[in-house]
Design a protein around this ligand. Structure first.
Ligand code: NAP
Length: 300
C-alpha cells in the first residue's frame, strides 16, 4: 500500500483536532518518529492551548480555525471529547479533502459513527479508533510519545469502509507501539463499559459517598486512604468534560453493566449479611484470578 513503506511517512499532512493528553501524545510521537506524518497541523478550542502547543514545538503549524486546519490534510484525527464531535464535524466537513482519512481517538464508538457519518463528504474515509491508553491528566503538557506503547488500540471500521484507509489507521497505531484489534462499534462500547466506564462511575460514586460522611470521618478517610480508597481517587481525578461526554454517549451499554454490577454487588452484600463464607471466598478468588490474567497479558 502506498505510503506504508518502512521509513516513509504514512501521511503527508496530519491534522490533529484537539491537542490535549491524547492529541499532544500523537503529535509528540509523530515528531519523534518522523515516519507518521510529513507535517503536523494542530488546532484546539482555546488560545491558551494553541499558544502552549506553539511553545512546546510539537506541531509544524498551529491553526485556530478548524475549517482551515483540515484543508489539504490526508489524515484528520479528532482528539476532542466525544460530546463535541457533531459540532466540530459540522464546522470541518465541507473543508475535508477527497481521499482524506478521518479517524478519532474517542472512548465511545457508536456515538462517533452516529455523529460523524451523516456529514461525511463523498470520498472521505471514516475509520473510528480508540487507543486504550490514558492517564487522569489532561491538556497539551500531559502528553508523552510512549503513551500508546504496549497498549491496545481498537479500530471499529464500518463494513463498507475503504480497506486501504483502514490499513493506514491500523499502521498508524502499530507505529505508535499499540497492539491493534478490530471490533464492531457496539461490541467495543460494551467492552469499554465494563472495563473502563463502570469503574469510573464507581470511583466517582465512592469518592462522593466518602465526601458525604460527617466531617470527622471524612478526615480519617483521607488520612488512611492508602488502604484501597486511594486507587479510586486516582481514577476519580479524571477530566469532567471528557467523562460527562463518555457517560452520556455510552448510555445503554453503561446502564446495562451498572444493572448487572448492582445485582452482583447486592448478592455479595447478602452473603456478608448471612455469613456465607464460601460465597465470599469464591468472589475474592475470582478477583485474584482476573488480576493474575492481566499480569500474564502484560496489562497490569
Ligand atoms: P484533553 O486533554 O482534555 O484535551 C481535549 C482537547 O479537546 C483540547 O485540545 C480541547 O481544547 C479540545 N476541546 C475540548 N472541548 C472541546 C469542544 N467543545 N470543542 C472543540 N474542542 C474541544 O482530553 P484527552 O484526554 O486528550 O481526550 C481526548 C479524546 O480522547 C476524548 O474523546 C477521550 O474520550 C479520548 N480518550 C481519552 C483517554 C484518556 O485517558 N484521557 C484515553 C483514550 C481516549 P482546549 O484545550 O483549547 O480547551
Amino acid at each position: 500500500m502506498s505510503g506504508a513503506e518502512a521509513g516513509a511517512p504514512l501521511f503527508d499532512r496530519l491534522c490533529l483536532v484537539g491537542v490535549g493528553l491524547i492529541g499532544s501524545s500523537i503529535a509528540r510521537l509523530a515528531k519523534e518518529r518522523g515516519d507518521i506524518a510529513g507535517s503536523i497541523v494542530a488546532t484546539a478550542r482555546s488560545a491558551a492551548t494553541l499558544a502552549r502547543v506553539r511553545e512546546l514545538g510539537i506541531a509544524d503549524e498551529v491553526e485556530p480555525d478548524v475549517a482551515r486546519a483540515v484543508q489539504g490534510a490526508d489524515c484528520v484525527i479528532l482528539c476532542v471529547p466525544v460530546g463535541a464531535y457533531a459540532k466540530v464535524m459540522a464546522q470541518m466537513a465541507p473543508h475535508l479533502s477527497p481521499g482524506c482519512v478521518l479517524t478519532d481517538v474517542g472512548s465511545t464508538k457508536g456515538s462517533v459513527v452516529r455523529d460523524l457519518s451523516p456529514l461525511l463528504p463523498p470520498g472521505v474515509h471514516l475509520v473510528p479508533a480508540h487507543p486504550m491508553a490514558g492517564t487522569e491528566h489532561s491538556g497539551p503538557d500531559a502528553g508523552f510519545a510512549s503513551l500508546f506503547q504496549g497498549r491496545y488500540t481498537i479500530v471499529t471500521p464500518l463494513p463498507d469502509c475503504d480497506p486501504d484507509a483502514v490499513e493506514k489507521v491500523r499502521e498508524l497505531w502499530r507505529r505508535a507501539g499499540s497492539n491493534v484489534e478490530t471490533l464492531d462499534p457496539a461490541t467495543h462500547d460494551k467492552v469499554v463499559a465494563i472495563v473502563s466506564h463502570l469503574p469510573h462511575l464507581i470511583a466517582f460514586t465512592i469518592c462522593g459517598t466518602a465526601d458525604d460522611l460527617a466531617e470527622e470521618t471524612r478526615e480519617a478517610v483521607l488520612k488512611f486512604a492508602a488502604s484501597g480508597f486511594r486507587d479510586f481517587t486516582r481514577i476519580a481525578a479524571s477530566d469532567v468534560d471528557m467523562w460527562r461526554d463518555i457517560f452520556l454517549n455510552n448510555r445503554e451499554a453503561l446502564l446495562e453493566m451498572l444493572a448487572r454490577f448492582t445485582e452482583d454487588a447486592q448478592a455479595l452484600g447478602r452473603a456478608v449479611r448471612w455469613g456465607e463464607a464460601e460465597f465470599i471466598e469464591d468472589r475474592i478468588r475470582r478477583g485474584r484470578r482476573i488480576r493474575r490474567g492481566l499480569v500474564e497479558r502484560g496489562q497490569a
